[in-house]
Design a protein around this ligand. Sequence first.
Ligand code: AOS
Ligand code: ZN
Ligand code: ZN
Ligand code: ZN
Length: 398
Amino acid sequence: MDRTGFEILAEKLEKNGIDVEWVLRELDQLLVEVPSWGFSKSGTRFFSFEQKGDARDFFERVDDCEQVLKYTGKGGQICMHIPWDQCDYKAAREYVEEKGMTFGTLNTNMFQDNDFRLGTLANSDKKIRKKTVDTLNHCIDVAHTVGAKSLNVWTIDGSDIPGQNDYRMRRKWMLESLKEGYDHAVSCGVQYNIEYKLFEPSSYHMDIPDWGTALYYASRLGEQAKVTVDLGHHAFGVNVAQIVSLLIDEQRLGAFHLNDNVCADDDLIPGTINPLRLFAIENEIVAGICEKETESSARSVLQGLDISFYIEPKVEAMILSVVNLQTAYAKALLVNRKKLQQLQLDNDILGANQCLMQAYHTDVSLLLEEWRNRHGIQGDPYTNYIHSEYFADRKKRG
Ligand code: AOS
Ligand code: ZN
Ligand code: ZN
Ligand code: ZN
């Protein structure tokens, strides 16, 4: 009998010391967090273009997310954004559970209010700090109601001009406010992930601009506080994989916000501009999984997407985002770690690079196809979706 493409690939991989069944099992563990805000009307600060079928409420976003999961494979959950997803939360939970889905990280929105002109958690006005702490606590309660196990805290806080603020005072206020939210989160069993961002909306200084500052706050708060790494929130050229490896070692990497940045935020399908960077990052997760001391830390990282599509069709773009993540992850699983380590110890610079790149250059589409087949999904996710009834019907929404 003729061997299938997958069988030929599997044989080649086994020859290179890769346990293919292990790879397929590990792919089951990849739980993608799909952002509700990726299915609705969105844009840049210049304009939001309307697209036919844009989801108008949380329930329609769940329907869209269900499609993404249906075609891309096992695992995956939906992330809410409060207040964009404000609704009857008990009904939301039922709706999601009826579809066999679960809730991923809940994201806060503390940036659409006149009161937040000069910041939120680190605002010099005590009343506004209190208001934002109340918002945090409300989000934690919602997370509790819907069964989301983690909260993502991102703040707009910062300043625009030298002398505007006292860094020390703001650090004190930020820590106090974060602590109030943290204590509530801990009492509700909700993990607390702190997201940093280099700039925007503030341009001169951000109160939490980088991983070091996020880690500083997380360490001050306690064990349930972790860091969220959004790929778009760094200066160009920053080696995010290195940051990831350190945070895993410190048991502090809570979540990713995956995207591919050209203008600092939420803008592109992960892996469209720099697939090697995405691979290098996922490679650090897999490296962490393969070591006893870091295994649980690396396994607990939430693989969230943080994207909203400006011009691309939404469900399709989200499907490709998940596929790109699965592709990068599958490739990272193909690295022969023993061999790589030996080459590194031998200071064989190019040999080590070749070893890593061999995994990167492997075409994993047949591997992912086999993995999907084993979960009852035939064919290519994107093609399947655009030929589905849902695809045609979605345009008639509204
Ligand atoms: C903003 O830059 C952050 O990435 C946040 O994670 C934000 O809440 C999310 O992008 C939704 O707007
Ligand atoms: Zn301009
Ligand atoms: Zn983000
Ligand atoms: Zn962002």
